[in-house]
Design a protein around this ligand. Structure first.
Ligand code: ADP
Length: 589
C-alpha cells in the first residue's frame, strides 16, 4: 500500500501552522498569567483597604470590648461589592462574626485555614480557594491584630473566557498576522515547490535514462545552480557509465576468449561472474553434467581447495591487498590434468581459476621418463666401451689382431653412442625448438634421391630394390634436413628389419588443398599387430634384447613422427597383407 504523500507546499504549511499555533498559545498563556497576577494584586489592595476599614470600625466602636460584631453589617452595606465577606475570629480561631453566615456562633474553628496560619505567624496572609458555602473561588485575606483575626474575602473571578473577551483585539491581531503571513508563505513556497517539482521531474528523467542534453530550463538562482550542477554530474556519470559498460563488455569478451575457466564468488559462495569455459571445466571434472557454476562446490576433488579458502573466509584476519592469498590444487580426472586456483580478495570475495594442464603435465611426465630412459640407453654402449678398453689394458698378452678387434668393437660402440646423442638432440630440437628449423618450398623427389644415393652400398649389399613413384612437381613446405631424416630413418629400418632381397616402394598417392599424402612400404617380414601403435614411442623396440645391443637407437620412428607433425602432417603404420610394413603419412604443401 502506498502512503499518500503530502506535497512539499502542504508540508511547509503544516509546519508553519504548527509553529504559529504553539507561538499563539504560549503568548496567550503568558498574557493570561500576567492578567491573573495583576488581578490578584488588585484584589489584595482592595481587601487590604477593606480590612483596614473594618479594623478602624472595630476600634471606633470598641467592638472587641462590647463583643457586638453584628454592627459590622453596616460596612457591608457601604461597600458596593455584594460578594464581600467579612469574618472576625478570636485568637483560638473561633468565629465571632461572619457576614455570610447568620448563625456564625456555630461555625467550625478556622485556626487551621491557611490565611489564619499565615496571619498568626507574619501578621497577615492570603489564600485563594473554593468556598463550599457559596460554590465560588474566593480570595481570602486575614490579619492578626491584638489577639483577633480579621478576615476579608472577595470572589476570585479571573476566568479564561473573561480573559478572552477582554483580549479580543489581541486575538484578532494574531489572527490577521497569521493570515497575512500565510498568504506570503503561500507564494514563497509555491515558487520553491515549483523549483523542487522541476528538480524532481529532472531526476526522474535522469533515472529513466532519458536524454538530458536538451534540458536548458535553468532559472537564475541558487536552485538553478543546483540544477546545473546536477546536469553536469549526471552527464559525467552517464559518460562514466558508458565507458564502464564498454570496459565491462571488453572484460567479458576477454574472459570468454580465455582458455581458462574463471569465476568470481562473494563470501557467501554466490556467483558474481563466470565465463562459459568455467562451466565446461566443471562438467569435465564432475561426473554429471550441469549448467550451474555452484556445482563446483559439490565436486569432491575440489573440496580440499574450498576447505583451504574457507579458513581465510571464516577468519577475522585482514587480507593484504598487495599479497593476496593463493591456494592451488592439481587434480587428475579421465586421463586429464587440471590446475585449480583460488585467490581471496580483501572483501572476502574470491576467484576460482581452472586450467587444463594435461599437455604440460604429460610433457613433464614424458620428459621425466625420457631422462631416465636416456640414462639407461647411454649406459649400454658406455659399459661395452669400458669393457673392451678394460680388456685391452688388463690383458697384455693380446695378439695384434685381437687388440684391433677390441678397438674396432669399442669404436663401433662409441659411434652408436654418438648416433644416440645425435638422435636425442634432434628429437629435443624438434619438440622444444621447432621454430628454429628453416621452412621453405621443397621438391620431395630430389631429397629422397640424395638419401637413397648415400645408402646405395648398403642397399646393394642386401640386394634391396627401391621403387619411387613421386612426380618431380611434388613440392611441400618443409625443412630439408628433417625430410631427409624422415626418409633416411624409414629406409634404414627397412635395411635393418626387412632384410635381404626385399623391395621398398615410396609413392605419393593423393593430394588435397593442403596436403600431399605418401605411402612408404617394404616387403619385409613386418611386425605383429600388438606393436603397431607403439613403434613410434621413444626407445620402443620390437625385439628388445637383441636390438639394444646391435640395432638402432629406438628413436628412429619417434624422430619420423615428430618431424612429420612439425610439417603439420600425420603418420600411422599398418601391416600389409602378404607381409611387409606400410607407413602412411602426409606433408603440408
Ligand atoms: P630403431 O632405431 O631401433 O630402429 P625405430 O623407432 O626406428 O627404432 O623402430 C622401432 C622398432 O620398430 C624397431 O625396433 C623395429 O623392431 C620396428 N621396425 C621399424 N621399422 C620396421 C620395418 N620396416 N620392418 C619391421 N620392423 C620395423
Amino acid at each position: 500500500m502506498t502512503r499518500h504523500r503530502r506535497s512539499y507546499q502542504q508540508r511547509i504549511f503544516i509546519y508553519f501552522f504548527a509553529v504559529f499555533t504553539v507561538f499563539t498559545v504560549l503568548t496567550l498563556a503568558f498574557q493570561f498569567n500576567r492578567e491573573k497576577e495583576f488581578r490578584k494584586e488588585q484584589l489584595e489592595t482592595e481587601l487590604n483597604t477593606i480590612s483596614e476599614i473594618t479594623l478602624k470600625f472595630i476600634e471606633r466602636y470598641e467592638l472587641f470590648y462590647y463583643k457586638d460584631f453584628s454592627r459590622l453589617d453596616t460596612i457591608k452595606q457601604l461597600v458596593p461589592d455584594k460578594n464581600l465577606r467579612i469574618t472576625v475570629a478570636n485568637r483560638k480561631g473561633n468565629i465571632l462574626y461572619d457576614s455570610f453566615v447568620a448563625d456564625y456562633q456555630n461555625m467550625e474553628n478556622h485556626l487551621t485555614r491557611p490565611e489564619f496560619q499565615k496571619a498568626l505567624h507574619s501578621g497577615q496572609g492570603g489564600n485563594i480557594r473554593h468556598s463550599s458555602t457559596t460554590g465560588q473561588d474566593f480570595y481570602y485575606f486575614a490579619r492578626y491584630i491584638d489577639d483577633y483575626f480579621i478576615r476579608c474575602a472577595v470572589v476570585y473571578d479571573v476566568k479564561v473566557q473573561n480573559f478572552l473577551q477582554t483580549e479580543r483585539v489581541f486575538i484578532f491581531f494574531i489572527l490577521a498576522l497569521f493570515i497575512i503571513t500565510g498568504i506570503i508563505l503561500y507564494f514563497v513556497t509555491k515558487r520553491l515547490a515549483d523549483f523542487i517539482t522541476k528538480l524532481r521531474d529532472f531526476a526522474i528523467r535522469a533515472n529513466n535514462d532519458e536524454d538530458m542534453s536538451s534540458d536548458t530550463e535553468f532559472v537564475d538562482s541558487e536552485i538553478g545552480d543546483i540544477q546545473k550542477q546536477i546536469v553536469s554530474i549526471y552527464n559525467h556519470l552517464h559518460d562514466a557509465k558508458n565507458e564502464l559498460g564498454a570496459e565491462k563488455d571488453r572484460l567479458y569478451n576477454h574472459l570468454n576468449a580465455l582458455n581458462e575457466g574463471i569465476a568470481f564468488f562473494n563470501s557467501n559462495n554466490e556467483k558474481i561472474l563466470a565465463n562459459s569455459r568455467f562451466i565446461q571445466y566443471i562438467n569435465l571434472i564432475s561426473d554429471h553434467s550441469t549448467i550451474s557454476v555452484n556445482a563446483l562446490f559439490d565436486i569432491d576433488e575440489v573440496k580440499p581447495l574450498l576447505e583451504k579458502l574457507k579458513e581465510y573466509l571464516d577468519d577475522e584476519k585482514i587480507i593484504n591487498p598487495h599479497n593476496l592469498p593463493v591456494e592451488t590444487i592439481r587434480i587428475a580426472k579421465n586421463d586429464k590434468f587440471y590446475k585449480i586456483q583460488g585467490i581471496i580478495f580483501p572483501d572476502k570475495s574470491f576467484e576460482i581459476l581452472m586450467s587444463d594442464i594435461t599437455r604440460l603435465e604429460k610433457r613433464r611426465l614424458l620428459k621425466q621418463q625420457l631422462t631416465s630412459n636416456i640414462a639407461h640407453e647411454l649406459k649400454t654402449p658406455l659399459a661395452s666401451i669400458k669393457g673392451y678398453l678394460d680388456t685391452l689394458l688388463s690383458t697384455k698378452s693380446l695378439t695384434k689382431e685381437k687388440q684391433l678387434y677390441f678397438i674396432e668393437k669399442a669404436y663401433a660402440q662409441s659411434k652408436r653412442l654418438g648416433d644416440l646423442l645425435n638422435d636425442i638432440s634432434l628429437l629435443n630440437n624438434i619438440e622444444d625448438a621447432g621454430e628454429l628449423f628453416d621452412f621453405k618450398e621443397l621438391k620431395v623427389r630430389p631429397i629422397i634421391n640424395d638419401v637413397v644415393e648415400n645408402m646405395t652400398s648398403r642397399l646393394v649389399e642386401k640386394n634391396m630394390h627401391i621403387e619411387l613413384n613421386i612426380d618431380d612437381s611434388v613440392q611441400v613446405y618443409g625443412n630439408e634436413n628433417l625430410l631427409a631424416s624422415v626418409f633416411q630413418n624409414l629406409i634404414e629400418n627397412s635395411i635393418n628389419y626387412a632384410g635381404k632381397n626385399t623391395s621398398i616402394n615410396i609413392r605419393q598417392y593423393l593430394e588435397d588443398e593442403k596436403f600431399y599424402y605418401f605411402s612408404y612400404l617394404d616387403t619385409g617380414k613386418g611386425i605383429s599387430e600388438e606393436h603397431l601403435t607403439r613403434i613410434f614411442e621413444r626407445f620402443y623396440r620390437v625385439d628388445e634384447g637383441r636390438m639394444r645391443e646391435t640395432g638402432g637407437t629406438g628413436l628412429g620412428l619417434s624422430i619420423v613422427k615428430n618431424a612429420v607433425q612439425l610439417h603439420q602432417g600425420d603418420i600411422s603404420a599398418r601391416i600389409k597383407t602378404g607381409g611387409g610394413l606400410e607407413f602412411i603419412f602426409s606433408l603440408s604443401k
